[in-house]
Design a protein around this ligand. Structure first.
Ligand code: BEZ
Length: 328
């Protein structure tokens, strides 16, 4: 009898909390820059579907990929103004507001995709998200990622010195800019949707990119030299607007955060799982592949650190955390 009563009470509590969510039912929008077929956009769609079910229809999210709502700077403005509710963002615009995020782009902070994944799951990385409410008026929910950075080029690039004088596409933000400036190249900041044309029309000699995007967006059709350098990781952050956060009940915040975090973390796992196969897939293409490690970029790394050790105070703690990670 007591057991039946407890069960009934729990069922009633769950029903009440769902109906409390339902009382504030709302349509939400989530923006991203990646194409609809990209892992991030697909994860956003799955998050939206799961949240609608888990909230019993209280939250319906429409996902807007491919810069439909504008570039990341524009989306951040919309988030700050409360006209956009959520986004999955690269750290490009976030590190303009909070330079400490640049620490996650320290060259060779991690050895590869598994260490990158493990680092993004630590408290040291999550502490950076806590800077967001004060630093830019947004709530950082959690991290996803897009694997590791490589260099794809039309002519062979086998060492840091081969980068000298080359026009090279970068994601538009300072930590990557400083890395390639230190290497003596001429970095050209371009958002992901502009990269294919820039490579095809000769605006750039090379691009800084991840395996997944190279394969998905067919960049290897336009450039057939790949330097597998794994020189930086590429985190993504799932964010909510301050306005949405203030409007939500405790239950609503928890449900949205938990559901989004689960899907962001799945993105990290997906990049871990597909890394080796995507590298193998690229090696099967008509591409010249060369490998490089941190020794190749020693001087570039020293120059980068001279600027960023001060600009990104979290770097020291992240390095320590990364070094202490026990990977299988
Ligand atoms: C890039 O800018 O290279 C990029 C952006 C989002 C996802 C993957 C790559």
């Amino acid at each position: 009898m007591t057991q039946t009563k407890t069960l009934l009470t729990a069922t009633l509590a769950a029903a009440l909390s769902l109906s409390a969510l339902n009382a504030q039912a709302r349509d939400l929008r989530l923006g991203l820059i990646t194409p609809a077929t990209h892992q991030w956009s697909q994860a956003a769609e799955r998050f939206a579907a799961d949240l609608e079910v888990a909230s019993d229809g209280a939250y319906r999210i429409s996902v807007h990929p491919a810069q439909q709502l504008g570039n990341e700077a524009e989306m951040v403005q919309q988030l700050q103004g409360g006209t956009l509710d959520m986004a999955f963002l690269t750290l490009a615009e976030l590190s303009n507001w909070i330079p400490d995020f640049g620490a996650l782009y320290a060259p060779y902070l991690v050895d590869g995709v598994d260490q990158a994944a493990a680092l993004l799951r630590t408290d040291a990385a999550r502490e950076l998200l806590e800077l967001m409410p004060q630093g830019m008026g947004l709530v950082g929910v959690g991290y996803g990622m897009a694997g590791m950075r490589q260099v794809l080029s039309r002519d062979p690039i086998e060492s840091a010195s081969d980068l000298r004088g080359k026009t090279l596409r970068i994601t538009p933000f300072e930590p990557i800019l400083d890395f390639y400036l230190a290497a003596g190249s001429a970095p050209i900041p371009l958002p992901l949707p502009a990269v294919y044309d820039a490579l095809a029309n000769g605006q750039v000699d090379a691009i800084d990119m991840d395996f997944d995007s190279i394969l998905m967006l067919n960049f290897h059709e336009q450039a057939n030299h790949l330097l597998i350098s794994n020189h930086m990781m590429f985190p993504m952050v799932g964010v909510m607007s301050g306005q949405l956060w203030r409007d939500l009940s405790e239950d609503g915040r928890e449900l949205i955060q938990d559901t989004m975090n689960r899907h962001l973390d799945e993105v990290i796992s997906t990049y871990q799982q597909q890394d080796a196969e995507q590298e193998a897939e690229l090696r099967r293409q008509d591409i010249e592949v060369v490998e490089a490690d941190r020794a190749v970029f020693q001087e570039v790394i020293a120059a980068w650190e001279a600027t960023w050790n001060d600009k990104a105070p979290s770097l020291a703690a992240l390095r320590e955390t990364a070094a202490a990670l026990n990977l299988p």
